[in-house]
Design a protein around this ligand. Structure first.
Ligand code: HEC
Length: 184
């Protein structure tokens, strides 16, 4: 027993000396420092942490694809979108996640990071960017078709410019998915 302990102590001391070359003895002495590597100053710079994940879920508010779509009747692209009939990626959570990223890049400046219509670039606009989380405040259709049309063709006479040519249809549907998931 005693001898074993001595051997261990010697080995321990050797390890300490070796470890001492790269890290302070305090660390090497065995307090379980799992984060020591990441925070030690000599380590290679860690890659920047990814942005906080956006909460992505399936829509909580039921809405037929064409719910109140007729409110967009006088707006550009109404007939074209009506012909499409439905969102090809409805309910696809991966598409919704991709939509969240697109939203953060392209829409949050006006509609706010969480879609409340409070983005810095929208403050001076009249009309103001819609609070996309407020199910009852949609003016041009609150289902997939209305949202997709608003995105692709925009709203004439407002700050909501068409995204046609800047995003593909597939991307517009993905963002529409995310907007649907934000509605309450
Ligand atoms: C430059 C600011 C700006 C940007 C960027 C912007 N929007 Fe808008 N958006 C607006 C404004 C302003 C309105 C309100 C138009 C109105 O009330 O007539 C609006 C309206 C909408 C509507 C219509 C809601 C309704 O009432 O039916 C949807 C949907 C929408 N935006 C989604 C998006 C999405 C998705 C993006 C990103 C791809 C985006 N917007 C980017 C300013 C913006």
């Amino acid at each position: 027993m005693m001898r074993n302990k001595k051997v261990l102590a010697t080995v321990g001391l050797a390890a300490l000396l070796i470890a001492g070359c790269t890290s302070p003895p305090d660390n090497a002495a065995g307090s379980a420092t799992t984060t020591g590597g990441a925070s030690s100053t000599g380590a290679a710079p860690a890659p920047a942490p990814p942005p906080a994940p956006v909460a992505v879920s399936t829509p909580t508010v039921a809405a037929a694809p064409d719910l109140e779509y007729d409110k967009a009747k006088s707006l550009k692209g109404y007939a074209e979108v009506k012909k499409l009939g439905k969102n090809p990626v409805a309910g696809d959570i991966e598409a919704t996640k991709a939509g969240a990223t697109l939203f953060a890049t392209n829409c949050a400046s006006c509609h706010g990071a969480e879609g409340h219509g409070d983005g810095p670039a929208g403050m001076s606009l009249n009309p103001k960017p819609r609070n996309l989380t407020a199910f009852n405040e949609y003016k041009y259709g609150k289902g997939d078709l209305g949202i997709f049309r608003s995105i692709k063709y925009g709203v004439d006479g407002s700050g909501m410019a068409p995204w046609e040519g800047r995003m593909t249809d597939d991307e517009c549907w993905k963002v529409a998915n995310y907007v649907r998931a934000m509605q309450k």
